[in-house]
Design a protein around this ligand. Structure first.
Ligand code: GLA
Length: 330
């Protein structure tokens, strides 16, 4: 009897200490989430969903904004010094790839990338770093198709229309997105000489506005325009530029990529603008899922998939709430 009691107590103690250890371990798990443009709604949403994963699994999420390489490198050192075990990053510059990989290793941190995939010195993707990005070409094609459909609805002919390609060509996903759109425009009669490059210095609305204004001023003879780019901010910049030179909403068709607050606020305006749609992508998958994957890697040694490309869905002024709900991002 006494023996049984002792055994029971010992067993209970073992269970107790196992749970204590488990919860202490969960508390100690620390994961960084570094983004290149913390003020952009897309990245705010990614963080929001990553926080959700942290809450569910009981780990600490350290959110850091790193707008340039210097900030990024010190952020990684900082995570190492804080005793983090891994981080997810959307880098301000994909060419920093080898440096990021080395810095992570030096700090004994597991590394995953989101949105923008690291490239090595020869410009090829660094395939050993697990990455979650969007299916850029397909999503670009969806943008192109939405533009073409709206042109048809307005009765526009390809030869009378100019296209603004808001570009950020140092970023491969940006090139894939705009080239996807262009392939559909060309398949629908657009001529290469009617497509104008508007290179943005930064990936924000202001830089896109400046770049697109130059194109519009140079081609004042063209009265009908379409615009596309890396994200909603790029296209909103082009639409703002068209308004600035006096083109009305029925003279421009812009379709973005993202579907976060930048697009939603535009759709909520009392009068429709030239920003007619956005291919909504999922910050939930990019934030929640990457954070969860990193947690499983750190806590349970479960390696994430090397490459996941997520899809998008076109939304417009009249159906964006429904599309967002379907994607589970309300
Ligand atoms: C890039 C863009 C962001 C967003 C993500 C989505 O990082 O800069 O605006 O579109 O891709 O993956």
């Amino acid at each position: 009897m006494r023996l049984l009691k002792t055994a029971l107590v010992a067993g209970a103690l073992a269970v107790l200490s196992a749970t204590t250890i488990a919860s202490a371990y969960a508390q100690e798990t620390k994961i960084g989430f570094i983004v290149k443009q913390p003020e952009e709604p897309w990245f705010q949403d990614e963080w929001k969903f990553a926080d959700q994963a942290a809450k569910e699994k009981g780990f600490t999420l350290v959110k850091i904004g790193a707008e340039d390489g210097e900030k990024l490198m010190s952020a990684i050192d900082n995570l190492g010094a804080q005793g983090a075990q891994g981080f997810i990053v959307c880098t301000p510059d994909v060419k920093l790839g080898p440096g990021i990989v080395a810095k992570a290793a030096a700090n004994n941190l597991k590394l995953m990338t989101v949105d923008d995939r690291l490239v090595s010195a020869d410009g090829k993707p660094i395939e050993e770093v697990p990455h979650m990005g969007i299916s850029a070409t397909k999503i670009g094609e969806a943008v192109g198709q939405a533009i073409v459909d709206e042109m048809k609805a307005r009765g526009w002919k390809a030869e009378e229309v100019g296209a603004i390609r808001v570009s950020y060509d140092q970023l491969p996903t940006a090139v894939d997105r705009v080239e996807g759109a262009i392939s559909v425009l060309k398949a629908n009669g657009f001529k290469a000489e009617n497509i104008f490059d508007a290179p943005q210095a930064k990936t924000d609305t202001e830089a896109a506005l400046n770049a697109a204004t130059v194109v519009l001023n140079k081609n004042a003879n063209i009265k009908k325009w379409v615009a596309f780019g890396l994200n909603d901010e790029a296209v909103l910049g082009a639409v703002r530029a068209s308004e600035g030179v006096g083109i009305a909403a029925d003279g421009i068709i812009g379709v973005g990529i993202g579907g976060a607050d930048s697009a939603i606020n535009e759709f909520k305006k009392p009068a429709a603008t030239g920003f007619i749609g956005s291919v909504i992508i999922s910050p939930k998958r990019h934030g929640y899922e990457t954070a969860l994957n990193m947690y499983e890697w750190v806590a349970n040694n479960q390696e994430p998939e090397k490459l996941i490309l997520t899809a998008g869905a076109l939304a417009k002024r009249d159906d964006f709430e429904k599309v967002r709900a379907e994607l589970g991002i309300e």
